[in-house]
Design a protein around this ligand. Structure first.
Ligand code: T4K
Length: 371
């Protein structure tokens, strides 16, 4: 019998009986959305869990990102990374902002802060870095540049749920951070997202923006959008939160097995987050060196697929190579040597709490077999 397919990730879900109870409450109250009781409770509990002051819930991470740019009135050019999911740059496009791509660091795959200054022009208004795979950017350097050049910083922290740096949530840095609660994320509400901000006034502004700009029944304070999280999502989120620490621990065990099994294979490179980071193990990327490994990343990707293991090439192609963005700046590829190289060599292995230990070993053994 053929092995069952294993995908790069699989969503975690609470026991169905737990969710029935929440559904019953929703059915009886008939309160389905618009800042309902589950929504309010989830905002409170997330602030506690994540160690942040203010959070505004969204229907997904992309709308959170688009709204974050609106909230700060970002215009002109924004410096960002080409090595991310396309939503990062699409959010700029939807705000009529020109993305300016800067290369990444070879170890963390995050934007190379030492290359930001040379990309600043008189049109630059902000920096939009991504904590890729949840691994924090060079926050200190980015903040110093932002301060010196009077730029806003919005962190795309879609992968960073629960990640701390020196015991402080990474979400506390920059002007705003956004999270994604998509099905494929460490914490999911089927679809969902959030903006984290640091003061009450900004939270009110963001809440206005995501609710058409309505402050009350007859007052529209700003031309907002509809990006609200509903009660179904929020109720699920509250249950997910109860199980999350255990789920991250399961991910950690899987990551350790992969690391121990693969670290000595020639041509496979694994970058680990530094010791002062408490990580969420959202992804397990490896880099393949074709010469040393003997096979290319694409050879390994195809080989794994024939064995029903569906790894993913996150993030290939680079965002700057998608036609819309290439047309905008055709020279950008030549300025992005590290990102180009990493995107050709990266492969994300399956990692999720319910992945069985013997399946993890089988995946590692298949990789060894191919080497
Ligand atoms: N910023 C960054 C840095 C991001 O990575 C993302 C999203 C965003 C912003 C935007 O946030 P959202 O608007 O999405 O909240 C997936 C996700 O759809 C996307 O959320 C995520 N990043 C991106 C990195 O990955 P795909 O197209 O690769 O997903 P898909 O459908 O191929 O799913 C991957 C695997 O997961 C499947 O092979 C099987 C498994 N899966 C997937 C779904 C949807 C399940 O088992 N169950 C499911 O329900 O984009």
């Amino acid at each position: 019998m053929k092995d069952k397919p294993i995908f790069v990730t699989q969503p975690s879900l609470p026991p169905l009986e737990e969710f029935y109870k929440s559904l019953k409450i929703i059915w009886e109250s008939k309160w389905l959305t618009n800042n309902g009781p589950f929504h309010q409770q989830l905002e409170k509990e997330l602030c506690k869990f994540l160690g942040v002051k203010h959070i505004s819930l969204f229907s997904n991470g992309t709308l959170a990102l688009i709204t974050a740019l609106q909230a700060l009135q970002i215009k002109g050019e924004v410096i960002t990374t080409p090595y991310s999911f396309v939503a990062t740059t699409n959010a700029l496009w939807w705000n009529n902002i020109k993305p300016v791509f800067v290369d990444i660091e070879p170890q963390t795959f995050n934007i190379d802060a030492s290359k930001i200054v040379e990309a600043i022009t008189n049109k630059t208004t902000a920096i939009l870095p991504v904590h890729v795979y949840g691994n924090p950017c060079n926050i200190k350097k980015i903040n110093a540049i932002a301060k010196k050049y009077n730029l806003k910083v919005i962190y795309d922290a879609a992968h960073s749920f629960g990640v701390t740096l020196k015991d402080k949530s990474v979400l506390n840095f920059g002007d705003l951070s956004i999270l994604s609660f998509h099905a494929t994320k460490v914490f999911n509400t089927f679809e969902g997202g959030a903006i984290i901000c640091h003061d009450k006034k900004m939270k009110q502004h963001i809440d206005d923006l995501k609710n058409f700009g309505f402050r009350d029944e007859i007052t529209v304070v700003t031309p907002g959008i509809n990006a609200k999280m509903n009660e179904f999502q929020a109720a699920l989120g509250l249950l997910q939160l109860k199980h999350l620490k255990k789920e991250i621990l399961k991910r950690k065990i899987i990551a350790e097995i992969y690391y121990n099994e693969l670290k000595d294979i020639k041509g496979i490179n694994i970058s680990l987050p530094s010791k002062d980071i408490s990580y969420n193990y959202s992804y397990f990327p490896i880099l393949i060196d074709t010469t040393l490994f003997g096979k290319s990343r694409d050879d390994l990707y195809t080989f794994m697929r024939t064995n029903n293991i569906f790894c993913r090439k996150y993030f290939y192609p680079l965002i700057s190579d998608f036609s819309t963005y290439k047309e905008l700046d055709s020279s950008s590829s030549s300025n992005l040597p590290i990102a180009t190289e990493v995107s050709k060599r990266v492969l994300c292995l399956p990692i999720y709490p319910d992945l069985e230990i013997d399946e993890v070993s089988r995946i590692a053994n298949l990789i060894k077999l191919k080497s």
